[in-house]
Design a protein around this ligand. Structure first.
Ligand code: SF4
Length: 148
């Protein structure tokens, strides 16, 4: 049986990024061989449109670059991601680095300047609080080691 893996939907080539694009991973076929992929996109599933204004975390809230408070949508999307992880029994997640939803360890610093700061995206943070291990696209080797 394949191991369930929560995965950012933009990695699968779905055009759900804020700018209407995606982050298709070149090795998605290999991942599909070993994992049951369970896509999430906390921003669109939380109710935001595509394309949308980019957002960043400021304190305990999330704002778009034109000052809209989108915290509620980000939190709703994170809850949906957690529900999906619990329902599928997934203990592992592969999520897009630096995103205010999916980022892990480093995120944009809230000034819309392109600079990074230490922290997790809203969905990543919730998943980690519930014991799910989160990897970025730069840590796929370490992810495979978990099922070796
Ligand atoms: S919220 Fe996550 S899955 Fe959705 S576009 Fe952003 S990085 Fe990709």
């Amino acid at each position: 049986m394949k191991t369930p893996l929560i995965i950012s939907a933009c990695f699968l080539g779905r055009n759900v990024k804020y700018n209407g694009g995606n982050n298709l991973l070149s090795n998605i076929k290999e991942l599909e061989e070993y994992f049951e992929l369970i896509p999430i996109c906390p921003e669109t599933e939380g109710g935001l449109n595509t394309p949308r204004n980019p957002s960043e975390i400021i304190g305990d809230k999330v704002f778009s670059n034109i000052g809209e408070d989108v915290t509620a949508q980000f939190r709703k999307g994170a809850s949906i991601a957690l529900e999906r992880a619990i329902k599928s029994g997934a203990k592992l997640a592969l999520l897009k680095s630096k995103s205010p939803s999916c980022g892990n360890g480093l995120i944009y610093d809230g000034a819309f300047s392109g600079n990074l700061t230490v922290g997790d995206g809203i969905a990543t943070s919730l998943l980690k609080e519930h014991g799910i291990m989160v990897f970025t696209e730069n840590e796929i080797e370490q992810l495979f080691q978990k099922i070796a």
